[in-house]
Design a protein around this ligand. Sequence first.
Ligand code: HEM
Length: 104
Amino acid sequence: MVKYLVLIIGVCFLQAVGAKEKMISSEELKLHGTSASCWILIEKTVYDVTEYIGVHDSLRYDIRKWCGTDSTMAYSKKDQSGKAHSKKADLLLKKFKIGLYQPD
Ligand code: HEM
């Protein structure tokens, strides 16, 4: 019985610790507006896509201009092409998540 109680408390503790997201302000986002450090905001999440810039270049589209900005519309419409990114792209994007956006 005690074992189960310890297990439940342990799981709750880990969830509470793991649930802590890094909150990122608009100022901090803007500080990462170059290819040396490229953060983008999509919906409410901030992603560090610095290491992905070169890979995206090979898709014949340069994403550098979106570094440090709210790229929600750009990402959802592939800039002006109007097409959405694939599910594969959405899954890949998740790997670059670094925190949540803290609106001003
Ligand atoms: C920041 C704004 C972004 C814009 C405006 C943008 C735009 C584009 C464009 C124009 C293409 C090529 C044309 C096409 O395949 O239809 C493309 C393809 C692609 N992009 Fe992006 N992209 C952005 C960010 C990203 C990010 C952050 C990722 C992933 C981390 C990503 C992943 C992909 C992938 C995997 C493709 C291949 C086609 C697909 O799977 O949809 N893109 N993107």
